[in-house]
Design a protein around this ligand. Structure first.
Ligand code: UDP
Length: 312
């Protein structure tokens, strides 16, 4: 199998490259390095079945030779990143999706879109099943990401309906683990780095908003199954850990696990910050026999060890 992975030098992309190489696939990785980093794939560069090109998929994409599977994982994904690259985010999720779908169509490849729980916006239905349409502010600051991903989903489904392309959409809920950037602004790396440096842990709002955090290995297992199982064309799937936690509880847990004396301080809540978020993963359980297995303490300890190395 020959696989194209966009966003290959990103957090999830680099883990996917590793997984597909481990399974014996040939992997072509693309990344613009706008938010990805060469460090994430440095250890793969000598691999005989891995080929990497620095490339921005908002430009026309051509890959010589057959491609069986395209995983479109290129996109800023943290609020800090997409708010500081708003136009680029909208381009990669619209034009980048169009270009990679065109490539999939030309070669008859299966196509997997990395979408997001953000398509549900600030959800009024809880937990969120795949058939919930969401509650999104189309003109708010976060719309550059959530509306872009909603457009990408619509485009992918149009290619499925019009050309019969075998497409799958994965709506990824908050995921954490090694190879997130220390400065990507997301809550887990931010709290870990603050804890390890002895700086105050910055809780936004009163910290009663919730998220559900999935360890990266669990997420990658789910994406691998979604991408490789037969008979799933047109599937939309939530992947995430249904264990819901309040953000102030995450701060306390990370403070404890990093052994930090840092205080916990409160900062203003960003605009349109979703109140709560929890995946309904019934469909993933039924279709893939998938559910997360890594408890949050264990996943956080692994992530803390990673950041201890990075910060040395
Ligand atoms: N958050 C926080 N402190 C930080 C960073 C984030 O309290 O230093 C909060 C943020 O307001 C949100 C939650 O943590 O309620 C998760 O934020 P993140 O940026 O990780 O991702 P999101 O789920 O909002 O896309």
């Amino acid at each position: 199998m020959r696989v194209l992975i966009t966003g290959a030098a990103g957090f999830l992309g680099s883990h996917l490259c590793e997984r597909f190489l481990h399974e014996g696939a040939e992997v072509v990785g693309l990344d613009s390095f706008i938010t990805g980093t060469p460090d994430n794939i440095a250890h793969l560069l000598g691999h005989p079945r891995f080929r990497f090109m620095k490339y921005d998929v908002t430009n026309f994409v051509y890959i010589a030779g057959p491609i069986d599977l395209i995983l479109h994982f290129a996109s800023p994904a943290s609020p800090k990143d997409y708010l500081s690259n708003p136009i680029q985010t909208m381009k990669v999720d619209s034009i980048g999706t169009l270009n990679t779908l065109g490539l999939a169509r030309a070669g008859g490849a299966r196509y997997v879109l990395a979408s997001t729980s953000e398509v549900y916006g600030d959800p009024e239905v809880h937990p969120q099943p795949e058939d919930y349409w969401g509650h999104v502010n189309p003109v708010g600051p976060r719309s550059v990401y959530d509306e872009a991903k909603r457009f990408a989903e619509a485009l992918v489904m149009a290619y499925h309906r019009v050309y019969g392309l075998d497409v799958r959409i994965v709506r990824i809920f908050n995921t954490y683990g090694p190879r997130m950037r220390a400065d990507d602004g997301r809550v887990v790396p931010t709290f870990i780095v603050q804890g390890l440096r002895g700086e105050p842990l910055t809780v936004y709002g009163d910290g009663t908003q919730t998220r559900s955090f999935c360890y990266v290995d669990d997420l990658i297992e789910g994406v691998y199954r979604l991408a490789t199982h037969d008979g799933l064309a047109g599937t939309i799937l939530n992947l995430g850990n249904p264990q819901e936690v309040m953000i102030h509880a995450v701060a306390h847990l990370i403070k404890e696990l990093t052994g930090s004396a840092s205080p916990i301080v409160f900062k203003p809540l960003p605009k349109d910050d979703p109140r709560r978020r929890q995946p309904d993963i019934s469909r993933a359980r039924t279709l893939l026999g998938w559910e997360p297995t890594v408890p949050i303490r264990e996943g956080l300890l692994k992530t803390i060890r990673y950041f201890q190395e990075v910060l040395k």
